[in-house]
Write a protein that binds this ligand. Structure first.
Ligand SMILES: [Zn+2]
Length: 285
């Protein structure tokens, strides 16, 4: 059985809980931790910072029927302001018990702007006893003003090997090679269209990270092959068509690494990729 992450357990044990948490990482893991955390916050028989799993309260959480816990799932494509308003009304009605109330927001990264602003208002002046557990794939889509009011738990990303099992990702190595062969013939508009393929949808960040990894491998191979043509035999994808000189391949590899570094922070993904691909086009001629 999965147990509560140490940082959440510590928070409960030391009673330094904070009224808002953000848990990021793979969907299954983060939603599981959100529920375990809610269970521990409401448990009547805590065991060293963890829920006992058997008291009446724990049972109700497990069945999703605890009166002091609300789970907000996206309605259609997003979490909407009406859902937050309904939550607030219900929370106000229950708040006289003096106990804790837990609000879990699943996929908080696809809140509408109105919903996010409404949540921000609540977090700026949180009612006593009300605790928010937001969970999201990454921090990058959330308002920085919300982020700054949350304690954070990062569960790590899905392993690259797991991602690569998905067929969508299998062709990325080939696409990286094709891009570098085609760049000199592409117009700037075509480069931007290529970049746009990596800047939509909620899974695009993972896809982009994998693609950039492939691009990096290819650029390093290309740099070596430009110096030692026989090294071609060691490469997984033939690099004979790479349009970059040795010096430019090295510069490009550095730019890709920098892009990967920034992607892990809260930097606008579209802007980053537009910039990277246009820069590669410059070097390719
Ligand atoms: Zn319990």
């Amino acid at each position: 059985m999965t147990s509560l992450q140490p940082v959440l357990r510590q928070a409960i044990m030391h009673n330094k809980i904070g009224h808002a948490w953000l848990i990021t990482g793979p969907k299954e893991k983060r939603e599981q931790q959100s529920l375990l955390f809610a269970q521990a916050l409401l448990c009547q028989n805590l065991q060293i910072g963890e829920a006992c799993g058997i008291c009446a309260s724990c049972q109700k959480v497990k069945n999703g029927q605890h009166g002091d816990m609300q789970i907000i799932d996206p309605l259609g494509q997003s979490v909407k302001i009406e859902q937050l308003r309904n939550m607030q009304q219900t929370a106000n009605l229950c708040s006289f018990e003096g106990g804790r109330q837990i609000i879990i927001i699943n996929q908080a990264d696809i809140m509408t702007e109105q919903a996010a602003n409404s949540l921000l208002k609540i977090l700026e002046d949180p009612p006593h006893g009300l605790y928010f557990i937001l969970n999201a794939a990454t921090e990058s889509q959330l308002l920085t003003t919300i982020l700054s009011r949350c304690q954070k738990l990062r569960l790590g990303e899905e392993k690259i090997e797991e991602i690569l099992k998905n067929t969508e990702y299998k062709e990325l190595a080939q696409r990286a090679a094709l891009l570098l062969a085609d760049l000199p013939n592409m117009s700037y508009d075509q480069v931007l269209i290529f970049a746009a393929a990596f800047s939509g949808g909620k899974e695009s960040r993972l896809l982009t990270m994998v693609f950039l990894n492939e691009l990096l491998t290819y650029l390093r191979d290309a740099a070596i092959v430009s110096l030692v043509p026989q090294a071609q035999l060691l490469c997984q994808v033939p690099v004979k068509d790479c349009c970059l000189s040795f010096a430019n391949a090295l510069k490009a590899a550095e730019a890709v690494e920098e892009c990967q570094r920034l992607l892990k922070q809260n930097v606008n993904q579209k802007m980053l990729l537009d910039g990277l691909f246009l820069q590669l086009k410059e070097w390719a001629g």
